[in-house]
Ligand binder design. Structure first.
Ligand SMILES: *[C@@H]1O[C@H](CO)[C@@H](O)[C@H](O)[C@H]1NC(C)=O
Ligand SMILES: *[C@@H]1O[C@H](CO)[C@@H](O)[C@H](O)[C@H]1NC(C)=O
Ligand SMILES: *[C@@H]1O[C@H](CO)[C@@H](O)[C@H](O)[C@H]1NC(C)=O
Ligand SMILES: *[C@@H]1O[C@H](CO)[C@@H](O)[C@H](O)[C@H]1NC(C)=O
Length: 257
């Protein structure tokens, strides 16, 4: 059963992916040039930022399933400033969405993007490690979330990548704030603090100890400035097998071709 609250939430969220400029990081700082080289900007056919993502192999980027729409065309890697021309802009070859994904807010919000060619690693582009199938995030553990999303609820998107520290919230505490929370999510930031993500940050990583443990999925209504419920991420450790399987299949396919 969906509560009214949840239906409203879903409505808002359903719009998130379609907003050309999604959420920005709230109360963050500019990401240092020498950090987070795995960050990807997923863009439409006009070269506008739609969602975040992160590079996990030379030709695969992880993002959120709710970021998918028919306009997605490019992945941009290697530059924190999207206005700077010196980056790798690669065409999307294929998008693979988790088979159980239905709608943002209902879980399984994960998408793999296959690039049409391999990126050149180095010079501001690198891969981020995925967590093992079993991870143990501790309450209040400090992690980072980054993105080119809005920096306040009704704000404008940014050109410079921004990053903010957020604390992990236990699923027990999170479920108290979010009755009916989907399975396989991580809660961090956005509650009891004014730090978190906003529209446009969707698809970006939650980074703990150098591992990409979560994918930015949804927040409460569009209220990013003082959200009163935790921010929700897809728990990547729960999708390790699915990711590995997709990568294996693609490798086999490309060998056949
Ligand atoms: C992505 O969205 C487009 C447009 O809604 C849809 O046609 C396509 O099937 C979706 N892709 C996947 C992999 O579900
Ligand atoms: C973010 O957290 C890290 C690790 O706990 C810490 O070293 C860093 O100073 C924090 N940054 C900010 C801006 O609070
Ligand atoms: C919220 O913050 C208060 C005061 O800092 C603290 O006592 C409480 O445990 C926090 N609640 C959660 C769920 O983090
Ligand atoms: C966001 O939520 C806070 C706390 O509930 C509220 O005070 C504020 O007015 C809300 N802002 C917007 C733009 O809805």
């Amino acid at each position: 059963m969906l509560s009214l609250q949840k239906i409203l939430l879903l409505h808002v969220l359903a719009c998130l992916g379609r907003l050309a400029h999604g959420s920005d990081i709230i109360h963050g700082t500019k990401a240092p040039e020498n950090s987070m080289h795995y960050m990807a900007s997923v863009q439409n056919n006009m070269g506008q930022h739609v969602c975040g993502g992160f590079l996990i192999t030379e030709d695969f980027v992880v993002s959120a399933a709710h970021c998918n729409d028919s306009s997605l065309t490019y992945v941009v890697l290697g530059k924190h400033n999207l206005k700077n021309g010196n980056h790798q802009k690669i065409k999307i070859e294929n998008k693979i969405i988790h088979e159980n994904y239905q709608q943002v807010g209902l879980g399984n919000d994960i998408m793999l993007i296959k690039l049409s060619e391999k990126v050149k690693l180095g010079h501001g582009v690198e891969i981020i490690q995925l967590p093992p199938a079993e991870i143990n995030l501790k309450e209040n553990q400090v992690c980072q979330v980054a993105g080119w999303g809005k920096t306040k609820t009704h704000g404008k998107p940014v050109d410079e990548l921004r990053v903010v520290n957020v604390s992990v919230i236990t699923s027990k505490n999170c479920e108290e704030q979010w009755p009916g929370l989907p399975a396989n999510v991580i809660c961090a930031g956005g509650y009891n603090t004014t730090k978190g993500f906003c529209q446009g940050d969707s698809g970006g990583p939650l980074v703990c100890h150098g591992f990409a443990v979560g994918v930015v999925s949804f927040n409460y209504y569009k209220n990013c400035t003082y959200p009163n419920k935790p921010n929700i991420y897809t728990d990547i450790s729960k999708y390790r097998k699915w990711i590995d399987e997709v990568l294996r299949k693609k490798k086999r396919l490309s060998k056949v071709i």
